[in-house]
Design a protein around this ligand. Structure first.
Ligand code: 5GP
Ligand code: ZN
Length: 114
């Protein structure tokens, strides 16, 4: 997707603080962090929302979760706790239509989320 913000970040066409990348996924610091650790994990493949995930893409989602957990361990927030969030569509707060997994941690968090 030529015009997609996160596709551009994945292709290094826009500046971002990338913390991890491999052939499938890219992880980078959120530009407006909501916690001391706030990282977004995205697939290189452009997928608009979780609603468009196909059966073949199940493993891609698992890889995103695996990447987020590895970063949480690396940041030493895995014991204290962290939250993985996938906002899907406007009612849940999705603002960028290229799926992304939020990794939030480093502070206490309330439940239920707002
Ligand atoms: P959503 O609201 O779709 O679940 O999350 C989108 C996230 O992308 C937000 O937390 C927002 O701060 C982040 N974001 C939006 N534009 C940019 C950008 O250009 N660079 C980075 N690093 N993060 C962005
Ligand atoms: Zn995209």
């Amino acid at each position: 997707m030529d015009s997609c913000l996160f596709c551009k970040i994945a292709r290094h066409e826009l500046p971002s603080k990338i913390v991890f990348e491999d052939e499938n996924n890219v992880a980078f610091e959120d530009i407006n962090p909501q916690a001391p650790t706030h990282i977004l994990v995205i697939p290189r493949k452009h997928i608009e929302t979780l609603n468009s995930i196909s059966e073949e893409e199940q493993l891609l989602l698992g890889g995103m979760v695996y990447t987020a957990v590895a970063i949480a361990k690396d940041r030493k927030i895995s014991s204290s706790g962290y939250r993985l969030v996938w906002n899907t569509n406007r009612g849940a707060g999705q603002s960028v239509y290229h799926i992304h997994l939020h990794l939030l941690g480093g502070r206490a968090m309330a439940w239920p989320p707002g």
